[in-house]
Structures are given as structure tokens and as C-alpha cells.
Design a protein around this ligand. Structure first.
Ligand SMILES: NC(=O)c1ccc[n+]([C@@H]2O[C@H](COP(=O)([O-])OP(=O)(O)OC[C@H]3O[C@@H](n4cnc5c(N)ncnc54)[C@H](OP(=O)(O)O)[C@@H]3O)[C@@H](O)[C@H]2O)c1
Length: 227
């Protein structure tokens, strides 16, 4: 069975992608720091993506599995004006959003290179393109993910591996817990499509990227809702 590995598989978006991938016939292997107590119907491994050695050990344990795609959805946000953002918060956001994606790509891609094919799907955010106040550190991390993914696409195209970045707009998940309705609506009103997105909108994009039909699309950033 073809498998997809989903980081952040317990999150609002990651868990939805995991369930939809299962329904579509993929095996799902999830990871997060704190796997849920209730069995979601697929394994979720306790891995902190900021820990390069732990990520490497996790991917080594998957050797022999038919991994088709890496969906790197682990992320963290903290809406703060820069002048009130502690250095520890900056380090945490860079660690999870940027370094975490790098670790997962570097280790997971080894499985895809071995089989000479596959998909890497990373996560940015629409706020990176919009330049939203309060999101400078988070948006900078995600801008890093976008450029990183573009370079990686060039490194891996020889192996029939595509690397794309999905940039969702605000979606009601635990990540948005610290934002007011007004703050969310302000961002939604800057989208071309002025409707708040739901996790299924992300799945619709991700499922296309997982499909063989997306083989000629790589190095792109797909903004859900439009910028
Ligand atoms: N929701 C939105 O509005 C929105 C908009 C644009 C982009 N995004 C991006 O979409 C992705 C998914 O977001 P979401 O809304 O689903 O977030 P979420 O509900 O807050 O879930 C975050 C997930 O990441 C995991 N995670 C956090 N730190 C981790 C670490 N160090 N190691 C391993 N896993 C870690 C969490 O599990 P543990 O806590 O157990 O580790 C959880 O599974 C993120 O990359 C986010 O930046 C979200």
C-alpha cells in the first residue's frame, strides 16, 4: 500500500488530511509530539520535528515501507507584534516551522529518492504574502519554507519527486485560538475569495498534488483563497 507521512497529524488540518487520505486508499503514518490517547485509526508516532536526530530515527524506521508522500503540516504560530515577541518564542517558531520542515524533508526524501518518485507537500500561510501585522516571525519562517521548497524541487526533480508548498488562509483550528473573530475576518477580507476556508479546501489542493496528474507541477506555492 502507498503511504503518506503526515507531520502535525493531530492538528486541525493534519488530522483532516489524514482521514481523507485514509478514505482515498493511502496508508497514513502520522507524527506529533503528543500522540492522542484515542486511536485515530492510523499510527501516530511521538516525534518532535525540531529534533533532527529523532526525525532521522523515525524515517529510518520506515525503510521498507512504500512511502509516496511527505505532508509536512506540523506548525506553530504566535500572533505578537515584533517588539513584544520574546526571543524564546522566535526560536520556537523557527524551530517548528522552518527547521522542522527541513528535518522532515531531508530525512523523508531519502525514502522517496530510493524509490525514484513521490511528493513533498510543505505548508506556508497566506499571511506570508499579505504581510499581516503580528505575524512577522511566523511569516518569515513560512517564507523560508517557500524558498527552501523551491530549491529542493530543483534538487529532487531528477528523481521524479515534486516539492510544492500549500499556503492556506485562516482556518478554524487550535492554531487560531489566540486570534479574535475580527482579526480573522480582516485577513479573510484580503483574500480574493472572501470566504473563510475549511480543512476540506486544503484536502482538495493536497489530493491533487498527491495525484500522478500533478507530475509537472513543482516548486510552486499554492495560495488557497487567492492573494
Ligand atoms: N489553521 C490556519 O489558519 C493555518 C493557516 C495557514 C497555514 N497553516 C499551517 O498549516 C499547518 C497545520 O496547521 P493547523 O491549523 O492544523 O495547526 P494546529 O491545529 O495547531 O496543529 C499543529 C500540529 O503540529 C504539531 N506540532 C507542533 N509542534 C510540533 C513539533 N515540534 N513536532 C512535531 N509536531 C508538532 C501539533 O502536535 P503536537 O502539539 O502534539 O506536537 C499538531 O499536530 C501548519 O504548518 C500551519 O502553520 C494553518
Amino acid at each position: 500500500m502507498e503511504c503518506v507521512v503526515i507531520s502535525g497529524a493531530t492538528g486541525g488540518i493534519g488530522s483532516h488530511l489524514a482521514l481523507r487520505a485514509l478514505e482515498s486508499g493511502y496508508g497514513v503514518i502520522g507524527l506529533s509530539r503528543r500522540p492522542p490517547e484515542k486511536d485515530p485509526g492510523y499510527p501516530i508516532h511521538a516525534v518532535d520535528v525540531t529534533d533532527g536526530a529523532a526525525v532521522a530515527a523515525f524515517y529510518r524506521s520506515l525503510r521498507g515501507r512504500r512511502v509516496w508522500a511527505l505532508i509536512n503540516a506540523a506548525g506553530a504560530a504566535s500572533m505578537n507584534l515584533l517588539l513584544t515577541t520574546p526571543s524564546a518564542t522566535m526560536s520556537r517558531l523557527v524551530g517548528v516551522n522552518l527547521l522542522g520542515a527541513m528535518h522532515c524533508c531531508a530525512e523523508g526524501a531519502k525514502l522517496l529518492v530510493r524509490r525514484k518518485g513521490g511528493r513533498i507537500i510543505n505548508f506556508s500561510s497566506i499571511v506570508t504574502a499579505l504581510g499581516t501585522p503580528g505575524e512577522s516571525v511566523y511569516a518569515a519562517c513560512k517564507a523560508g519554507v517557500e524558498v527552501f521548497s523551491r530549491c529542493l524541487a530543483a534538487e529532487l526533480s531528477f528523481f521524479n519527486i515534486t516539492v510544492n508548498t500549500v499556503a492556506p488562509p485562516p482556518i478554524d483550528t487550535p492554531m487560531l485560538a489566540g486570534l479574535t473573530r475580527e482579526q480573522i475576518d480582516k485577513i479573510v477580507q484580503r483574500q480574493i475569495i472572501k470566504r473563510q476556508a475549511v480543512p476540506e479546501d486544503v484536502w482538495n489542493t493536497v489530493s491533487f498534488l498527491l495525484d500522478e496528474k500533478s507530475a509537472m507541477l513543482t516548486g510552486e506555492v499554492l495560495h488557497i483563497g487567492g492573494i
